[in-house]
Design a binder for this molecule. Structure first.
Ligand code: HEC
Length: 109
């Protein structure tokens, strides 16, 4: 019987790294995230703030108003299949980020 031999299980316990769970950055309205996510939106919504082909401008809006509109699509209170499909895929954090980003833009004309 060899004495003093550590069981592999003990070694693993010692080696297992402490899992550091970085909480997702819970800050509301992350501009960088908003800019990243906006790429999809600006295929329809003009970043210049011009309204084109019945697609409303969404820049320079108060953040609460922007979030409220996205929520109304998400809850299907406001009818529009495209926007409903967009809104249901976004988390609250993502909507807040988009609101901050688009809200920070000024019309460029
Ligand atoms: C395929 C085209 C398309 C894409 C992509 C798109 N939208 Fe829209 N969006 C529309 C249309 C059309 C409307 C007007 C719908 C209506 O009449 O309710 C609209 C309306 C909106 C409104 C309401 C504006 C207002 O003043 O009433 C907001 C806010 C909005 N979109 C945000 C976004 C965001 C954020 C994204 C990206 C995640 C996005 N949209 C992507 C076509 C699009």
């Amino acid at each position: 019987m060899s004495k003093g031999r550590r069981s592999p299980a003990l070694v693993w316990l010692a080696v297992l790294p402490v899992a550091i769970v970085l909480s997702a950055t819970g800050r509301a309205g992350d501009l960088a995230l908003g800019e990243y996510l906006s790429a999809e939106c600006v295929t329809c919504h003009q970043i210049s703030g011009r309204q084109v082909a019945g697609i409303p401008a969404i820049i320079g809006l108060p953040e609460e108003a922007f979030v409220a509109m996205m929520d109304s699509y998400r809850r299907r209170e406001r009818e529009n299949q495209v926007m409903q499909a967009m809104a249901v895929r976004l988390s609250s954090e993502e909507v807040a980020a988009l609101a901050a980003y688009f809200g920070s833009l000024k019309p460029s004309q």
